[in-house]
Structures are given as C-alpha cells and as structure tokens.
Ligand binder design. Structure first.
Ligand code: ZN
Length: 150
C-alpha cells in the first residue's frame, strides 16, 4: 500500500470514528439536507455566517458511509473561518480533483489536507460520497433547503 492510500485509510477511519463538528447548530443562519441515493448517505450541514460573510461556525449531522462522514467532518474543520468566496474556490477545486480534472501534484490549489481524497477518483461510485458534504454546503450557502446528488 502506498503512503498516500495508507494515510487516506487512516484519515477516513479517524474522522468516521470521531467526526469533528458532528452536532446541530440551533441558531444556524442556514442549513441544507443533502442526499446521495446511490449509497444512501444523508447529511445535513448547518452554517453560521458572520457580518462579513465568513463562516463563523459550521457543523453536520446525519448518517452515511465512512467516506461521506469523513469528508463532511474534514470539510467542516477546513472551511470554518473562511469567506464564502474562498469556499466557492475550494469547492470548485475539490470537485475537479475528485473527478480527475485537477492534478494536485501539477496544478496550484488551495486544498491543503483535503488532497487526501484525491484517490477517490479511482472509484467513480464513491466520488458522490466524498462530494456530498460539499454539495450540501453549497446548497446551504444558496439557502435551497435540500439537495439530491444526481
Ligand atoms: Zn456513501
């Protein structure tokens, strides 16, 4: 097993066992329920924005496979404190990375530790698990209330 896939396994296991920001924010600015019918993952993302349109707090709840939960957990720790504009850039890069349109070793990016999910591109059925939390975050920013992965 390569160093990267070993690290990937460890991160997935750790965040699945001990998900970060796994709670409901009672006074959230907005929230959205995301559903991935292919796998059965259901995740709600809660957001709190401050006056400068920065994410002052973010959390998630729900249930899903290890990848969807670990991705949601890692996402919440990564975007907290960031502005909506930053999050849009990161969302776009993350999406391109997992569908294989962005090679993090060759192209500049802002993904930091999120590059752990780059290996998901090898498993097309799992890319929706990894991106569900991100689509749900986007949905929450757009205040749509609900989103389903097509
Ligand atoms: Zn899943």
């Amino acid at each position: 097993m390569s160093y990267k896939s070993e690290l990937y396994q460890q991160v997935i296991l750790d965040h699945n066992k001990n998900p970060r920001n796994y709670r409901k924010i009672e006074d959230a600015t907005s929230s959205c329920l995301g559903h991935n019918p292919l796998c059965g993952d259901r995740i709600t993302v809660y957001l709190k924005l401050d006056a400068d349109n920065k994410i002052s707090d973010i959390s998630f709840s729900g249930d899903g496979c290890a990848i969807s939960k670990a991705s949601a957990s890692l996402m919440t720790t990564f975007v907290k404190g960031k502005s909506i504009d930053d999050v849009k850039v990161i969302f776009d890069e993350f999406h391109k990375m997992i569908i294989g349109e962005l090679d993090t070793g060759k192209t500049g990016h802002h993904l930091g530790k999120l590059t752990i999910f780059e290996g998901v591109r090898e498993y097309p059925a799992r890319t929706k698990c990894a991106s569900l939390a991100w689509h749900t975050l986007k949905c929450s920013l757009e205040k749509k209330g609900e989103t389903t992965m097509e």
